[in-house]
Structures are given as structure tokens and as C-alpha cells.
Ligand binder design. Structure first.
Ligand code: SAH
Length: 255
């Protein structure tokens, strides 16, 4: 991915968050103010933006908002990817962060409340069994290296596999294993795709709400741990923002 943050350091960060309940604790913690988006994005999009300055860093949190017809959070790949592209063009951030919750695999060492930085993004529900299109479907994107950030903030690292379902079919499971994923979400690869189109460096921070290969039903476990994960995010995201502020993207890694 490109390096607009390499010239003069990171000054503006755009944080993309799928669910309102994930975003609001952070909006409060960072004392951000909601902006009116109707002039910037015409057509009555449900997207919301919260902005402010943290230690000299311009911070924008964008959320895809509530589905126009059903009123629930617009989770999944399409809304987050559209929002990332459009808001990325408008805000020209030096860095995009996709923050949110995710399922974690205990076989890969994940525990509830852990915050993972993605090393790689891939899709597990885009099966196109034609040569080359098969690889396009998986759509692997290698994340920018952030070894220093991971070490200095004591975060965990792992690959993210994205799909448009909260549950996991046997076929999904097979593909998630093939993707060697530690974390399963519904937006990571889609935000990475849009960030890649824009050539803006992107990081993802995912807090584990449920153990996919555990014994509890996913929906129950997700709802039970949503607030633990949201508070882990509202602790970690500000630390990451302070850490990246003014640094060059290349400084986030040791190699
Ligand atoms: N039942 C929820 C719906 C949330 S959808 C509600 O009450 O609103 C799940 C959201 O959390 C998505 O944004 C997704 O990225 C993330 N997520 C958490 N655990 C997940 C898992 N096991 N698989 C896929 N996505 C998960």
C-alpha cells in the first residue's frame, strides 16, 4: 500500500467502524464532535462522521450508520467499503484504521477482549473456482508492516478472514483455515480493498467478542462480550492514535 503518511508524518487518521455501539465509547473517550455529512456525501447516505484533534492529530471516525430500511447498523463488506472509499477521497487521511469486533480462534491463541492487528486480509465467502478468479475471490491483501506498533503497545497480531456472515458454514471454515486466519470479521478485507484502491496505508484493530471454535453459540457470546470488546477498543484506539501521530508509516515497523 502507498505511503502518503511518509511525507511529513501522519497528520490525519480516518477510523472506520461498522457498529454504532463500537464507535460511541470511542467518540466519548476522544471527545469528538459529530459533523453534518449531508453536504459532503449527497443522496441521503446514513453515514456518520465524528471529528476532533488529539495531540495535534486530526481524527475522524466514520461509521456506515443505520440501514435506511431496517434501522440496524450497516455491517458487512459493501457499506464499509463504499464508506472507506468516499470518506477517504473527501478526508485524504494519511492512515486508515478499521476498528471493530471480531470472532477469534482459540486454536490460534485468541481470547475474549484481545485486540488484534491484522497482518493480512482475505475473504472466505467469495468462491470462484476458475483459475486466477479463485485467487481474486480470496483477494489477499498483505497489511503494512507494523512490528514496532505491535511490540510497543503489546498488541497481538494475526491474519483476518472476512465474510458477510456472522455464523460460519463448514465451507467458510475450510476457507478460513486455508486463509490461516486468527480472526474472523465482516469488514476487514473490504476496508483494505478500498484503502488499497486509494493507495492509503491501512491498519486494522479487532477486539475479540466471541470464540469461533469454542463451545458457546456465537450470537449469545457476541452480545455478552460486546461491551468488554468495545471498552478494549476505546482503550487501545487512542493509544494507537497517539503512537502514530507525527510518525512516518515506515516507522511503525522495525524492518
Ligand atoms: N447481533 C449483532 C450483529 C452484529 S454483526 C447486533 O446485535 O447488532 C457482527 C459485527 O461484529 C460485524 O461488524 C463483524 O465484523 C463483527 N464480528 C464479531 N464477531 C464476529 C464473528 N464471529 N464473525 C464475523 N464477524 C464478527
Amino acid at each position: 500500500m502507498g505511503g502518503s503518511g511518509d511525507v511529513g508524518g501522519i497528520k490525519t487518521v480516518m477510523v472506520v467502524i461498522a457498529m454504532q455501539a463500537e464507535a460511541l465509547p470511542l467518540v466519548e473517550a476522544l471527545d469528538l464532535v459529530e459533523d453534518d455529512l449531508s453536504a459532503v456525501f449527497p443522496g441521503g447516505v446514513p453515514w456518520k462522521k465524528y471529528s476532533g484533534v488529539l495531540d495535534g492529530l486530526n481524527v475522524h471516525i466514520v461509521v456506515p450508520g443505520k440501514d435506511k430500511a431496517l434501522g440496524v447498523d450497516s455491517v458487512g463488506t459493501v457499506p464499509s467499503s463504499l464508506l472507506t472509499y468516499a470518506a477517504g477521497v473527501a478526508l485524504q487521511p494519511n492512515l486508515i484504521i478499521n476498528a471493530g469486533t471480531a470472532g477469534g480462534f482459540q486454536a490460534k491463541g485468541a481470547n475474549i477482549g484481545d485486540v488484534y492487528v491484522a497482518t493480512e486480509f482475505a475473504n472466505h465467502d467469495r468462491r470462484i473456482p476458475i483459475p486466477v478468479f479463485d485467487k481474486y475471490g480470496i483477494g489477499t491483501i498483505v497489511a503494512i508492516p507494523t512490528g514496532n506498533l505491535i511490540k510497543d503497545l503489546d498488541l497481538k497480531e494475526g491474519k483476518v478472514s472476512t465474510g458477510n456472515s456472522l455464523d460460519m458454514t463448514l465451507q467458510d471454515e475450510e476457507h478460513i483455515k486455508a486463509n490461516d486466519a486468527t480472526v474472523k470479521d465482516m469488514e476487514g478485507a473490504a476496508v483494505a480493498y478500498a484503502a488499497n484502491l486509494l493507495a492509503i496505508p491501512m491498519i486494522s484493530l479487532k477486539a475479540v467478542t466471541d470464540i469461533v471454535d469454542g463451545t458457546k453459540p456465537t450470537v449469545e457470546e457476541f452480545l455478552e462480550n460486546m461491551s468488554t470488546a468495545a471498552s478494549a477498543l476505546s482503550r487501545t484506539v487512542p493509544l494507537v492514535l497517539k503512537y502514530v501521530s507525527g510518525k512516518n508509516v515506515a516507522d511503525l515497523d522495525c524492518s
